[in-house]
Design a protein around this ligand. Structure first.
Ligand SMILES: NC(=O)c1ccc[n+]([C@@H]2O[C@H](COP(=O)([O-])OP(=O)(O)OC[C@H]3O[C@@H](n4cnc5c(N)ncnc54)[C@H](O)[C@@H]3O)[C@@H](O)[C@H]2O)c1
Length: 391
């Protein structure tokens, strides 16, 4: 029987969920119960979803349509309140990443999930990657290094009221190169660190945040986490590069190019693509049908991500990279940091932050502790699963 699924936040990135809903509706897996957005949303040729009711207020949708699963794809700072409303009507959640703004909110949501007996899957779709699973299974040893170099023009920060901001309407917002566009890289790196051994408990976090444009958050982020066993996760990512690095996660001498699922395991000469991504909605539907199928991205698996992301956005404001180190992007639309692609790679490969090398624009390191919530370790057997009741 088809599962009744609704989508709250149908514009913006919600289009990708509308496409999935159209595909699963065509396949008979899903009945689309309704769409909701504060703004009018035009049907897309790839996802016309004919005859589906549209609501401006999510509470009216929940009361009127009684969906079994609700996808929440609204701006991050609105997630918690909407997610609590969804659980209160007894529906399961597919909540976009970043799921919540703080560890406090994580606990609040985890309690509500457990209390309702419902499920919460978080929109870290890269956790459905077969390449990641293969890398985890190989259990590579050694430090973890993450690098990525993308280009986002200045207009990227005009696309939504929360883009590049620290707060909106008095609510903190999670935005910044690592906590949003590169969130999948951070999430995968933390899974590799945490689930490949006895568990990763960061005892120290060292951070350098920079910006190249007039935004409140960073567009270039460097991070080093040191675990209680001395293991390190070191990250360099930027949205201000003329040279593209898709995104690489190194563990010892194994490398995963995470957006393309290309993998090079220890001892292999070159990269091989490992095809296969399990969709998070499909996985949630399958888990509801047969709980032996593990949830790929349960809320419990994301506690460490939220703790690290919160520590990043609460850190002192990013330092400005001066005009002398910037150059116009060849396509226009803003400026890039000269040589930043080499710098992010070097940081990931050497464990050394820009201020510890000869990067001329480097500022100071911000040192702090992270207070992670206990991660599930296991993918599927959190409280969410154990206390789920049948409908
Ligand atoms: N998984 C991914 O790879 C991925 C990619 C992009 C964005 N995201 C996440 O998706 C979410 C949405 O991002 P976005 O860029 O589309 O944001 P956005 O600001 O464009 O908002 C999405 C939609 O939500 C609507 N909306 C806002 N408040 C609402 C409310 N209270 N009720 C109903 N609708 C509301 C807006 O009108 C808009 O159409 C964020 O959490 C973002 O981090 C995830």
């Amino acid at each position: 029987m088809a599962t009744r699924v609704a989508l709250i936040g149908a514009g913006g990135h919600g289009l990708s969920h509308r496409r999935t809903l159209q595909r699963l509706s065509d396949a008979g897996t899903v009945e689309v119960a309704g769409l909701c957005d504060r703004q009018p949303v035009d049907p897309h040729p790839d996802a016309p979803l004919p005859g589906v009711p549209f609501y401006r207020d999510h509470r009216e949708l929940l009361a009127g349509e009684r969906p079994e699963i609700v996808i929440v794809c609204t701006p991050p700072h609105t997630h918690l309140a909407i997610a609590l409303d969804v659980l209160a009507v007894g529906a399961d959640l597919l909540l976009e990443k970043p799921p919540v703004m703080s560890s406090f909110e994580h606990d609040r949501l985890a309690e509500a999930v457990a209390g309702s007996g419902r499920l919460c899957q978080v929109g870290f779709q890269a956790l459905g990657s077969a390449a990641l699973a293969e890398l985890c299974a190989a259990a590579p040893a050694g430090p973890i290094g993450v690098s990525g170099a993308w280009w986002r023009p200045d207009s990227y920060y005009d696309r939504a009221p929360w883009a590049g901001r620290r707060a909106v309407d008095g609510r903190p917002v999670l935005d910044g190169a690592l906590v949003n566009p590169f969130a999948h890289a951070l999430m995968q790196a933390l899974v590799l660190a945490d689930e490949g051994g006895p568990g990763f408990r960061p005892v120290r976090m060292e951070l350098e945040r920079y910006r190249t444009r007039p935004i409140e958050t960073d567009d270039t982020t460097f991070l080093r986490l040191t675990g209680n066993d001395g293991r390190r996760v070191t990250v360099g990512v930027t949205l201000a590069s003329a040279v593209f690095i898709a995104g690489e996660i190194r563990v010892g001498d194994a490398v995963l190019e995470y957006p393309t699922d290309r993998l090079r395991l220890s001892g292999q000469a070159g990269f091989q693509r490992v095809p296969g991504r399990t969709g998070l909605l499909e996985n949630l539907i399958e888990h509801r049908r047969d709980p032996r199928t593990p949830l790929l991205a349960p809320l419990a698996r994301t506690g460490l991500f939220t703790a690290v992301a919160e520590a990043i956005v609460r850190a002192p404001a990013p330092s400005v990279i001066g005009d002398g180190w910037l150059a116009p992007h060849p396509d226009g639309g803003g400026r890039v940091v000269t040589g930043i692609d080499e710098i992010v790679r070097e940081v990931a490969e050497t464990d050394r932050l820009p201020s510890e090398t000869r990067v001329p624009w480097a500022g100071e390191v911000h040192r702090t502790v992270v207070e992670p919530r206990p991660a599930s370790g296991a993918v599927s057997t959190g409280v969410e699963t154990a206390r789920r009741t049948s409908r």
